[in-house]
Design a protein around this ligand. Structure first.
Ligand SMILES: C[S@@+](CC[C@H](N)C(=O)[O-])C[C@H]1O[C@@H](n2cnc3c(N)ncnc32)[C@H](O)[C@@H]1O
Length: 187
């Protein structure tokens, strides 16, 4: 069902950049970098149909908040239909406006920002705006966790992350179609 939804939106919106949601193993690997024992503000860029959001909500405590920023209108509507949880805010906007979104939610810093948006397709200017504002949105020690298809060079994202974050790591997750590259950047 999700794959059909992705396919339909993929043909109309190149920023969807995928024909299927991230695998359960991929989701678990990315989220293993999150400490669910502490109350946190988690921002997710590009939740799509909510495969990460559902996992986060199952593992987050009642004192945590999840802010979903989805640019695609159809996915935004699907999320708003599916997710009814007092810890969640769903915003139809683009990731570079994260600071406005946080302010509107009366949150000023995030503990984690997760991102599935396709950096490979973004202009240098847009990459800069997203990474600069993401860095500003995170508290000190906060993490930017991004996952991308593995078919890209360090220039697409990793080298950029070094320009904003003092600590950057990346790993491959092969049990996903296509395999993923997972980045962890710490402020
Ligand atoms: C590769 S899909 C990932 C979807 C889902 N998170 C998953 O793991 O299956 C990329 C998602 O990012 C969204 N997206 C692309 N550019 C965006 C932007 N600038 N701001 C917010 N969402 C964006 C797309 O609409 C799509 O939902």
């Amino acid at each position: 069902m999700d794959t059909i939804t992705y396919l339909k939106n993929f043909v109309r919106d190149r920023n969807v950049a995928s024909i299927t949601p991230t695998s359960a193993i991929g989701v678990k690997k990315v989220c293993s970098k999150i400490d669910f024992h502490k109350p946190s503000v988690i921002v997710e860029y590009g939740p799509g149909t909510g495969v990460f959001s559902n996992y986060l909500l199952k593992n987050m405590g009642t004192g945590s908040r999840l802010i979903l920023i989805e640019r695609n209108k159809n996915f935004d509507l699907i999320l708003k239909r599916k997710i009814h949880d007092p810890r969640v805010v769903i915003v139809n906007d683009s990731a570079e406006n994260v600071l406005d979104t946080l302010r509107a939610c009366q949150e000023y810093e995030a503990d984690y920002v997760l991102s599935g948006i396709p950096f490979l397709l973004l202009s240098d200017e847009m990459k800069h705006r997203i990474l600069y504002n993401t860095h500003r949105a995170l508290k000190k020690g906060g993490k930017f966790l991004a996952y991308q298809t593995c078919f890209q060079t360090d220039n697409a994202l990793k080298n950029r992350l070094w320009q904003y974050f003092p600590k950057v790591q990346s790993k491959y997750e092969l049990l996903n179609i296509p395999p993923l590259r997972i980045y962890e950047a710490v402020k």
